[in-house]
Ligand binder design. Structure first.
Ligand SMILES: [Zn+2]
Length: 119
């Protein structure tokens, strides 16, 4: 039986700086090890939200018809932020990744409630 603690994320190390991953935001790369969001060499990774941005653009008309004006303002705000971050990428990549969760949380549940699914 493998030792379950070997899979404990808190024991994983950052493959870049060598420190414990701990509670700092990180991505698991090779369980239990990974990379801190701030340590990862983002120049080697494509903009991770291209699909979300593309979905928002493609489905804009359906979104506009399905949501309240208040939600639409938030959706447009998210789209603009993503587009700007995509243009800048990989500049500010770690901040973008760290900030994205909060921004998605402010918009995606409202879209789901309105019956619009964005992956
Ligand atoms: Zn690190």
């Amino acid at each position: 039986m493998p030792d379950a603690s070997a899979f404990d994320r808190r024991r994983g190390r950052c493959l870049v700086c060598g420190e414990l991953l701990g509670v700092e935001p990180h991505l698991i790369v090779d369980l239990p090890d990974g990379e801190h969001v701030k340590c990862r060499d983002w120049t080697k990774h494509a903009f991770p939200y291209a699909r979300v941005l593309r979905d928002l653009r493609r489905r804009y008309k359906a979104i506009r018809e399905a949501v309240s004006p208040e939600v639409l303002v938030r959706v447009v705000g998210l789209g603009r932020w993503l587009a700007e971050r995509q243009r800048m990428w990989p500049e500010g990549a770690a901040e973008t990744v760290l900030e994205s969760g909060q921004r998605f949380d402010a918009v995606l549940p409202a879209l789901r409630e309105a019956g619009v699914t964005i992956r």
